[in-house]
Design a protein around this ligand. Structure first.
Ligand code: MF3
Ligand code: CO
Length: 248
């Protein structure tokens, strides 16, 4: 069942999203060679508590951290760790903020120092695929329109789209209906309605789209060891078009 949100609920989620966006802007200043994702995670914990919010991921299905921090070939749900980031790495920080019971979810990939041209292109194409998808998130379109624009653009640039993880509705809990596929066919799938709030979060790989799971049961990485990037926004569907609740 899809729970459509009122203007009031969307406003509250927007406040959570703005806090999350500001937190990402602070992270951007802190990502550099030598910094650890554990330090970034501690910063997020502190930042959220100073702003009256809590990290919704901590304790979610036994997950132990405020953030997911996925480095290089890690697709998603990497654990923050004490190994310093190196020049040339890419790292995705993903988090869900709870502000007064309202949630927002946004992941962002960052370049560490100077990255290769290929890595830079991966970041740029992945972010652009999210922007193109958001433009399709209008009343009357179908979810397949979103998936299709991501897949056709990404594959046209020579990269691939991860299939094993999806976007999702979000509200009182992190994962609600509907499921948002980042691939698909135009004019297929559910019709997009006013009051829907969901994430779009394409994970894009340089090589194969296939993933494998680490022994920790959480972290997915590319099957071929090549790089993966991800950008995610939480968006609300309104008569005036999509509102990016986590816009930076
Ligand atoms: N933003 C993440 C997602 O939608 C949240 C995962 S929950 C966690 O996949 F516990 F893994 F962090
Ligand atoms: Co998400």
């Amino acid at each position: 069942m899809i729970k459509l949100k009122s203007k009031r609920e969307i406003d509250l989620m927007h406040k959570a999203g703005q806090l999350l966006a500001n937190c990402h802007k602070e992270i951007a200043k802190r990502i550099k060679p030598g910094v650890t994702t554990f330090e970034i995670n501690s910063f997020v914990d502190k930042y959220l508590s100073e702003h009256g919010a809590t990290p919704e991921q901590k304790g979610y299905k036994g997950y132990e951290y405020a953030t997911c921090a996925s480095i290089n070939d890690e697709i998603c749900h990497g654990f923050p760790r004490h190994t310093p980031l190196k020049n040339g790495d890419i790292v995705t920080i993903d988090m869900v903020v709870n502000l007064n019971g309202a949630l927002a979810d946004s992941a962002w990939s960052y370049a560490v120092g100077e990255v290769s041209d290929e890595a830079a292109k991966l970041l740029q194409v992945t972010e652009e695929s999210l922007n193109r998808a958001i433009e399709k998130a209008v009343i009357g379109n179908r979810l397949g329109d979103i998936g299709h624009v991501i897949q056709s653009y990404v594959e046209g640039e020579g990269f691939s789209v991860v299939r094993d993880f999806t976007g999702h509705g979000i509200g009182e809990t992190i994962h609600e209906s509907p499921t948002i596929l980042h691939y698909g066919e135009p004019n297929k799938g559910l019709r997009i309605k006013e009051g829907m709030v969901f994430t779009i979060e394409p994970m894009v790989n340089i090589g194969s789209w296939e993933s494998k799971m680490d022994d920790n049961g959480w972290t997915a990485r590319t099957i071929d060891g090549k790089l993966s990037a991800q950008y995610e926004h939480t968006i609300a569907i309104t008569k005036e078009g999509p509102i990016i609740l986590t816009k930076q």
